[in-house]
Design a protein around this ligand. Structure first.
Ligand SMILES: C[S@@+](CC[C@H](N)C(=O)[O-])C[C@H]1O[C@@H](n2cnc3c(N)ncnc32)[C@H](O)[C@@H]1O
Length: 208
């Protein structure tokens, strides 16, 4: 574990407990039951990816970080810890007000709320209306939104931006969208890009 503030460590430990309990519960559910209850679950990037995005954002000194898909705020904590170190902020997008409220409370508990701008609503609308340019983006929303979101934030990236997209390997039913996203990134000829087999598989792309 990297060296981080106690309050943040405690909040991450609470998330890790909830993740473990959900992993056990999900194994007892049928595919249909899991889908019906999907909004109850954190659906987190996981600790390995969390640590990776935190370290990458810090070493790149990224200060305007866009997260597409807050959920209950697990990845947001890792990104906000980097934003705090960099003197920047995370703009995080979530359609569910209940999830965003939970994420905000956890960010307050961690002492990170002032580094996060929670934008509740449809990501497509939020990206369209955003006036910022970004130097780090985490794409972790429903998979059919990866391409439309990419096309909207691409013109708002700074040179040298990092773009990371989750679920490139797992779950298998998202593979067609994952492949379409990876092809789209390559078609632009604007990025150095690589698939990293950590967590659920992340595409890590650097805007040249
Ligand atoms: C995989 S989860 C994000 C997990 C989070 N990044 C983490 O690691 O803790 C995807 C989230 O995208 C949200 N979402 C789905 N459609 C959306 C939309 N059109 N606009 C904004 N958020 C959306 C879902 O409600 C869900 O919470």
């Amino acid at each position: 574990m990297i060296k981080i503030d106690n309050k943040i460590e405690n909040v991450l430990a609470e998330y890790h407990q909830r993740i473990e309990a959900e992993d056990i519960l999900v194994q007892t559910l049928s595919h249909e039951e899991r889908n019906q209850r999907l909004n109850e679950f954190l659906l987190p990037v996981g600790e390995e990816v969390g640590m990776f995005i935190n370290n990458l954002a810090k070493s790149a000194n990224s200060n305007t970080i866009l997260e597409i898909g807050t959920s209950y705020g697990y990845s947001t904590i890792w990104l906000a810890e980097a934003a705090k170190a960099n003197g920047g902020k995370v703009i995080t997008l979530e359609i569910s007000p209940e999830k965003a409220a939970y994420a905000r409370q956890k960010a307050e508990d961690a002492g990170l709320a002032e580094f996060i701008d929670f934008r509740v609503g449809d990501a497509i609308e939020s990206i369209t209306n955003a006036t910022e340019t970004f130097d780090f983006v985490l794409v972790d929303v429903w998979k059919e939104l990866y391409l439309p979101c990419f096309d909207l934030f691409f013109p708002k990236l700074k040179t040298g931006a990092w773009v990371l997209a989750d679920n490139m390997i797992f779950p298998p039913h998202s593979l067609p969208e994952a492949i379409a996203y990876r092809n789209r990134i390559r078609e632009t000829n604007a990025f150095d890009t690589v698939l990293m087999p950590i967590g659920s598989g992340i595409e890590v792309s650097f805007l040249k």
